[in-house]
Design a protein around this ligand. Structure first.
Ligand SMILES: NC(=O)c1ccc[n+]([C@@H]2O[C@H](COP(=O)([O-])OP(=O)(O)OC[C@H]3O[C@@H](n4cnc5c(N)ncnc54)[C@H](O)[C@@H]3O)[C@@H](O)[C@H]2O)c1
Length: 327
């Protein structure tokens, strides 16, 4: 691994970006974060230590130029995440995820950045029932979010081909772990379930809860990013980054209940528009070309995540839960 380089993490105040930034700092690289704090949090940066912050918007060419100037590489994590958010407001998702990525790629080309590693998404595979998802499958996005993530992937590949800016796209499959935000109506299922469980409230399960995902612990995604930045000869490629196992929402609820040592009440509500039924990744391409191996499996990842949430939110929530349970 390289030492002492300068890397930009767009969306570095968010869940995945802050974990990448922390790993880079730990190995001695300089880190510059570009974030507008729309969903990211200052406390995520405070937890990492010495990073240079450029508070600005991905769609602002001046801020982006300032951020990438002199950088060796860019980990592009900034986006408006969430399928339901994009169903509610497709224009904003397109604006940030597609136009923002284009602004970034143009600035990187101009500044002669060596490589951009882009956070794509398993959602690009859409509702094709074929499992596992392999990178050669046709993409069939079924939400504005998935369309935006795929469009930006195409821009990355086009910039590699047209201008020689190295780009690598990583299709993440449902990432989870410390610093994932539970506090929004668009939050992902594991932090949301954990928050509800710690507050003693019923877990809101969309549909029958048998839908499944290739849930991927954050350390695996961070590792995949570092490899994608370092590995020669993979510019223009797309890789699945996941664990290669799938687990239902019911299994998540059970794992949290087991950890907390109590039975959790579930409340089933309507399925969500734009959601796919199952995801499962074929990770052999990343294993072969990047040397990627998931280092933390689902069970271990769930345990670490539960420990983090209990330490962070547990005490206050537990008091609330007891109060709520009092007759
Ligand atoms: N979390 C997952 O399971 C998952 C799965 C697939 C892909 N991804 C992708 O990974 C990336 C990171 O996701 P995350 O879960 O960490 O989300 P997050 O919301 O925690 O982080 C996104 C960050 O981007 C910043 N941001 C948003 N719009 C911006 C803008 N216009 N200008 C500057 N900064 C902006 C936010 O403030 C936030 O800090 C996203 O690109 C997302 O599409 C995530």
């Amino acid at each position: 691994m390289s030492q002492g380089k300068t890397y930009v993490v767009t969306g570095g105040a968010g869940f995945i970006g802050s974990n990448i930034a922390e790993a880079l700092r730990r190995r001695g690289d300089r880190v510059r974060v570009l974030d507008n704090f729309s969903t990211g949090r200052r406390e995520n940066l405070a937890a990492i230590g010495d990073v240079e912050l450029i508070e600005g918007d991905l769609r602002d060419p001046q801020a982006v130029r300032r951020a990438v100037s002199g950088a060796d590489g860019v980990f592009h994590q900034a986006a408006l995440r969430s399928v339901p958010r994009s169903v509610d407001d497709p224009l904003s998702s397109n604006d940030v995820n597609v136009s923002g990525t284009l602004v970034l790629l143009m600035a990187c080309r101009e500044a002669k950045v060596r490589r951009v590693v882009y956070a794509s998404s398993s959602s690009v595979y859409g509702d094709d029932p074929a499992l596992p998802k392999v990178e050669t499958l046709a993409t069939r996005p079924i939400s504005p979010y998935a369309v935006s993530k795929l469009a930006a992937e195409h821009y990355c590949q086009t910039f590699a081909r047209l201008y020689g800016l190295e780009t690598v796209s990583l299709r993440y499959f449902n990432v989870f772990g410390p610093r994932q935000n539970p506090e929004s109506k668009y939050s992902a299922v594991i932090p949301r379930f954990l928050e509800l469980a710690l507050q003693g409230r019923a877990l809101e399960v969309h549909g029958d809860g048998e839908q499944s995902r290739d849930f991927t612990y954050i350390d695996n995604v961070v590792g995949g990013n570092l490899l994608a930045m370092e590995t020669p000869g993979v510019s223009g490629e797309v890789f699945n980054i996941a664990c290669g196992t799938r687990h239902s929402l019911i299994a998540i609820a059970d794992a949290i209940g087991d950890f907390l040592g109590r039975r959790l009440v579930r409340e089933h509500v309507a399925s969500r528009a734009g959601d796919v039924r199952h995801t499962l990744a074929d990770i052999s391409k990343a294993e072969r070309l990047l040397g990627y191996r998931p280092s933390v499996d689902f069970a271990d990842g769930m345990r670490r995540t539960c420990e983090y949430f209990v330490a962070r939110f547990g005490a206050a929530s537990e008091a609330g839960r007891r109060a709520a349970a009092r007759p």
